[in-house]
Design a protein around this ligand. Sequence first.
Ligand code: PLP
Length: 385
Amino acid sequence: MSDDRAFKIETKVIHSGESRPRILGAVSLPIFQTAMYEYEPVASYHDVKYIRLNNTPNHLALHRKLAALENAEAAVVMASGMAAITTTLLTILRAGDHLLAQNSLYGGTHDFLTRDLGGFGIAHELVDGSRPETWAAKLRPETKAFYVETISNPLIRISELEAAAVFAKKHGLVSIIDNTFASPVNFRPPEHGFDLSIHSGTKYLNGHSDIVGGAVIGRADLVERILHKLDHLGGSMDPHACFLLHRGMKTLALRVHFQNASALAIARFLAGHPAVTLVNYPGLESHPGHAIAARLFDGFGGMMSFELKGGVEAAERFMKRVRLPLVAPSLGGVETLMTRPATTSHLGLDPAERRGLGISDELIRLSVGVEATEDLIEDFKQALA
Ligand code: PLP
């Protein structure tokens, strides 16, 4: 969709990837709820039309739209963010290979690296994403890929992203970035030299907390290999979920712009409150990744984490007292959500491992929704009083 490049993302979420003319004139892409399609001779197994082969009209429209959103060559959707992560890693890496990854990662990814990857004969090593001078020492002749997150979960750290893409290129590694927290509205990794950008579509892309889904966006040659591996591993997205993701993405830009502004106001409120001891939000000048975020991102995002005076007890009290935010895992939806990562996304890590990574038991993670900012701040005020 190279002719779409001139459009802004607000236009692309609506128009990019859509069939022209529309199928049977339908303005909104219908759900093609059919597992298989009448047979036409094709050259490759991967071209047989079948839901598991990720090539129904619902899949193809999403692939085109997602590629356009990040100005990338190609994209593929999957059944979940974890399907996107694991299918990508198992495509790029094989037995005997070595992966370099940032040490502060989404709990599911961290667990897959530390508990499962070894079983496939793939070694890994974790590095501090903010200290590029330490990365080269960890390279091995068999290192094949470098994996980072745009904004880490739940500490909201920002790696040296430009350095990561340059380092990977210099050493012949495939650069992979989980861009879930930023969304394509705030950061587009292919524009900064990353080979592959991964999303949990469950979060901002869909935005309505009613499906799980995932996506991989990036270099066409790599996306094709990942798609073929997906055809075998089977983590395909169902057409109904495709339809909901497609519908959700139409308002992605509207939602994320609002969430950027609301989260900044809430982070400033929390940082100025005497009951709050720490706020991790890249829009605050005090955040160690602020300069990188200000340079590379179009917005600071809707995610933050914070700690209160009084530890776990104070955190639990606060989470019980708030009226608007729901206490539930996941993020990126229209409703404001809160969790204590030690009891949800990072429960799989042992407590010493969690502490080593800087994830305290009292840390609260907040995903700002699209409620009125003033109502959320009033609610936090009463809960902290
Ligand atoms: N990546 C990040 C940053 C996440 O926060 C999550 C889930 O919370 C995932 C990936 C996994 O996504 P899913 O739950 O859609 O498999």
